[in-house]
Ligand binder design. Sequence first.
Ligand SMILES: Nc1nc2c(c(=O)[nH]1)N[C@H]1C(S)=C(S)[C@@H](COP(=O)(O)O)O[C@H]1N2
Ligand SMILES: [Mo]
Length: 449
Amino acid sequence: MKRFKERSIGELYRDDPERADALVFGRQAKTNRRGFLKGAGLTAVTAAVGGAIPFADSMPGGLIPAALAQGTPGAAPAKPDAPMMLKMDGKAELIVLQEKPLNAETPAHLLDDEVTPNEKFFIRNNGNLPEATANPKAWKITVDGEVDNKQELTVEDLEKKFQQVSFKLQLECGGNGRSGFSPEARGNQWSNGAIGCAEWSGVRLSDVLKAAGLKSSAVYTGHYGADPHLSGDTSKPTISRGVRLEKAMEPHSIIALRMNGKPIPLVHGAPARLVIPGWPGSTSAKWLNRIWVRDKEHDGPGMTGASYRVAKVPMVPGGKADNANMVILESMPVRSIITNIAHGTELPAGTRKLDLRGHAWAGENTISAVHVSIDYGASWKAAEVKAPANKYAWQRWTAAVDLPSAGYYEAWVRATDSSGKMQPHVVGNWNPQGYGGNAMHRIALLVKA
Ligand SMILES: Nc1nc2c(c(=O)[nH]1)N[C@H]1C(S)=C(S)[C@@H](COP(=O)(O)O)O[C@H]1N2
Ligand SMILES: [Mo]
């Protein structure tokens, strides 16, 4: 006789969210996603999240409760399969998304510092790590292509011959937020942690390009690093992206030689890397050894096809991309995160007031507003937002909310940028490689009875 194991609704949501949805919300769940939780569905969800739901009235049907939807460690009460944590000298316990190449994201609650320390900075590699150089000062960077005077600059030259600058700059992977796409988009399933804002010091890329003497034909850059291709073929660059010349010439686009006052750690591009803030992190080449100035849009690996491109006209989710409809993603979209409380935190009985805090940023734009909600978006409260330390530094926001009683809550945060764009409830504008997914950040909280 076969025996069937009864699965909890929490387990079911983790393993098969669509089936769980159908059980909880009825067979109409897929077509009717506007209803609110009622009756048996409410009872099931209440049991699954581990507490009464004070704002159940405004909990949208079909939206998987944050406690069940996100694979973040410590999620209460249904513990998802434990993610693999990074074990690396000089690094915090980041969440490993891929081991080869090594990719690891920072859980939002480790991003609370105003300036992200080196150990907490996310890691994104497309190839193998290069060997550490024995003599960093002698590391060479070639500047060639559409220039009058080809340059071979050592790190020592950069330190001695150019003005030294220091900025707090956010660096965000183009795929940050990818896990929000449905159907799943190709690539590492970053939640919100492919972001950091470190203090980077070095020289302006514009000064170096000027020293090389730009020809009037110069329109784009092509960046190369020393990391070996995964295939072992040393003639192949791992990734080579670039930017329009105007972006390269901005005063905050730099060749960094130091990260938070220390030599750049090997995984983050020692001894020299680009930091092109506000644009996808892939333009910020690590282990930088060549800048090829081009007379046309760069066409290295990562520049063509659907790579780092989004759909101009929305495409069918899961469908095949029409290359003519794909445009290079330049400015990253607006995003905000809650950093002072971990997703899945249980708060002591009697907690009735909660301080929330985090960061918000918006590629090339600044933040004009941040709002928080603890009733599934039925009402929103404006947060206080601080000015950025300098252009391209993320912005601190703070807010306090009241919790009327014990039970299950979700804290939601959503930012609006200076161009009027606001984070959506769920990721839209599907594209094959999942760029620009910037749904609002939600964390699950349980106030003990
Ligand atoms: N040479 C080289 N540079 C690179 C990469 C790479 O694989 N090789 N990855 C890029 C991508 S996609 C991102 S998001 C950032 C990540 O920088 P980090 O690992 O220091 O966080 O580096 C960029 N620079
Ligand atoms: Mo990236």
